[in-house]
Design a binder for this molecule. Structure first.
Ligand code: OSB
Ligand code: MG
Length: 365
């Protein structure tokens, strides 16, 4: 197993109610196959590439991720056993990095795409009904916080580019200001475009109630994380009191998938493979949500190309998935490699070669 640290700047800061995201740092992970000097770097026959890009609030810190990966890398072989030692709740990004590398290698070994490999494992273990992965997945455009004019302009550009679903950040301003922004967006794009609003946990029980009442005339497809991550009871009450659908995101980093589903607080679960500890765990969570009548939406954590491509594979394995938050490549100012997933007409293409993208990332480390 080998590691390569990386750091990528965002093209422009992504402002949310929580923070201003300006750069993404993480590690590429390689397992198996021959190194340049001929020595094997793991026990897999085929090379596999993964990525661990932590984001505090959803995952462990960068130092905690690095420590977990370096400990795993100190064991030269038997990476499957090492994977079991990486705790998906303590160090989800580190586990994501190694789990993805191992599944990329296994999928390439079997001559099928990562999506087909993940789906096949689900079928084998417990769900025989899962159909073949889709060849493309609908996506939403991600629009950060900004003034009403710039928010509406970004929304309009996205619609011109073919997006039919927009996700707009809110909660960083007063409710009146956010309503101004979102009204401008609705007016700019018309009634046929799905509009999601992500508050990133900014409101409290009474301000969230007011926000949902005032947002309802703008016909939002859902409001994401209206209340702090741990307040599942408050969110369940809010959901019962409003016709606006509710999505939960940060709550899944704070509580288990079962606890969130049991709380009846969500119409939609936002499935971030990096936060859930790997593509395998993300697909499992998405299918469990579906079984419970909750719609999964798969998104990145603004990752580099390797993890982003993995999230596209996960989404494609979810039958008839809603638009997903996977169109985040353009938020980065540069990337580690060319993007294998073209976006056209509001859909992202799923690479159909073996593994993640037929070995196109092998040269990266
Ligand atoms: O869902 C999307 O459109 C993209 C992903 C996204 O918004 C996001 C990216 C990084 C960190 C947090 C979030 C979020 O959904 O809150
Ligand atoms: Mg969110």
């Amino acid at each position: 197993m080998r590691l390569r640290p990386f750091s990528l700047a965002l093209a422009s800061p992504l402002r949310t109610a929580r923070e201003e995201l300006t750069e993404r740092e993480g590690f590429l992970v390689a397992v198996g196959g021959p190194k340049a000097d001929g020595e094997a770097f793991g026990d897999a026959r085929t090379t596999g590439i993964g990525e661990a890009t932590p984001l505090p609030g959803w995952t462990e810190s960068l130092p905690a991720c690095e420590a977990a990966l370096r400990e795993a890398a100190a064991e030269p072989t038997r990476q499957g056993a090492v994977l079991a030692d990486l705790d998906a709740r303590e160090t989800p990004a580190a586990r994501h990095g190694l789990a993805l590398a191992l599944d990329d290698a296994a999928a390439r070994d079997a001559g099928r795409s990562l999506a087909a490999h993940l789906a096949e494992r689900v079928r084998r273990v417990d769900r025989s009904e899962l159909p073949e992965p889709a060849g493309s997945v609908p996506v939403n455009a991600t629009v950060g916080d900004g003034a009403p004019e710039s928010t509406a302009a970004a929304a309009e550009r996205a619609v011109e580019d073919g997006y039919r679903c927009l996700k707009v950040k809110a909660g960083a301003r007063t409710l009146e200001e956010d309503l101004d922004r979102l009204r401008s967006v609705r007016q700019a794009v018309g009634p046929a475009i799905a509009l999601r609003v992500d508050a990133n946990g900014a409101w409290n029980r009474s301000s969230a109630r007011r926000a949902l009442d005032r947002l309802e005339p703008l016909d939002p497809a859902y409001v994401e994380q209206p209340l702090p991550a741990a307040d599942l009871a408050g969110t369940a009450d809010l959901r019962a009191a409003s016709d606006v659908p509710i999505a939960l995101d940060e709550s899944l980093a704070e509580r288990s998938v079962e606890a969130v589903l049991d709380s009846d607080a969500a119409d939609v679960l936002v499935i971030k493979p990096m936060a859930l500890g790997g593509p395998d765990r993300a697909l499992d969570a998405a299918l469990r949500a579906r079984e419970n009548g909750v719609d999964p939406v798969v998104t990145t954590t603004i990752d580099a190309v390797v993890a982003r491509t993995a999230a596209v594979h996960v989404a494609s394995a979810v039958p008839d998935v809603l638009p997903c938050g996977l169109a985040t490549a353009e938020l980065l100012s540069s990337d580690l490699a060319a993007d294998p997933c073209a976006i056209d007409g509001g859909r992202i293409e799923v690479p159909d070669g073996p593994g993640l993208a037929d070995g196109t990332f092998d040269g990266l480390l």
